[in-house]
Design a protein around this ligand. Sequence first.
Ligand SMILES: C[S@@+](CC[C@H](N)C(=O)[O-])C[C@H]1O[C@@H](n2cnc3c(N)ncnc32)[C@H](O)[C@@H]1O
Length: 316
Amino acid sequence: MAATERDAVIEVYRRLVGNGASPNPRAEHRLAVLTGEGPSALSAAPDYVREVFDELADTFEEKLVSHLSYRVPWDLYHAMQDVRPPSPEGGWRVLDLGSGTGLCGRIFKEYVRGISNGNGSDERVAGATTTTAMTTAAPRGGAMVGCDLSPKMVLKAQESEDYTEVRLQDVHEALRQEEAGSLDLVLSADTFIYVGQLEECFALVSQALTVGGLFAFSIEELMEEGKEEKVDEHYSAEDSTTAVFHQPSVAQEEDDVMVPEFRLESSGRYAQTHAYILRLLAAHKLELRATVEVQIRKESTVPISGRIYVTEKPGI
Ligand SMILES: C[S@@+](CC[C@H](N)C(=O)[O-])C[C@H]1O[C@@H](n2cnc3c(N)ncnc32)[C@H](O)[C@@H]1O
């Protein structure tokens, strides 16, 4: 986009945002994409997330799973099998950050309820025959707790009955509500693409996990170079303007080029570098147990690169 055209677009968004008398979360978000200005350059505003996902709730699974090859919850589950598969006893306390329609609750419920015959979940696509073992009610106080900012997503997850409780909460608030050392597993499937800056979240996860507890999550990976330009926002084309680099206080220096640790992309989502995640894990005393490069989903037939992590809060 030419500079003058870009300035004109910015001006339109500035006018839409105006003096804030009538909030326009989408315009604020696009303005952050274009200018790198405001808090949305670091993390998506709650109102923005609510608006986008309330709108998507009814079609999310069909759109993402069936049409855009979304498989992060299943990829997380498979990565967990190598680190710690579910046991017959179950009884884990699990917190699912950004639970959406409840895919993780469905796939990870064995950790809470236990397995009866040792089979694992293998629901690769929506509607496919599942090999999930029959489960029973959660034993020994195990719980599957979900949280999400979108009321419609919260309702969807509640309807699924795979959760003990689903709260209308921001990820940080949900983590703060958990007692220190109480969680066996924290899950975050494709939610950090809206959280952006992850310092506070990792600190809270580390505090809430029990010793030996696991934190399994995904990111859209910010490549240092050669990453495909993204052309759509929230799975439908809206704007293809180039994102402004957000330069966090700590950045890596590679070949004399300052590389941001995370960035709000032109897609309207945030991507983080692998180096950023490794730095946060070290800072919050979480140990890496597994990491896998994955294709998060497709956008206009282009595969979007991401990464799955399984990490552990080790004993002292
Ligand atoms: C791409 S969806 C993924 C949903 C689900 N984890 C899955 O894999 O199917 C991201 C979800 O995170 C929620 N979300 C985004 N930012 C959040 C935040 N700061 N706190 C809580 N939920 C958030 C959105 O409302 C949305 O339901």
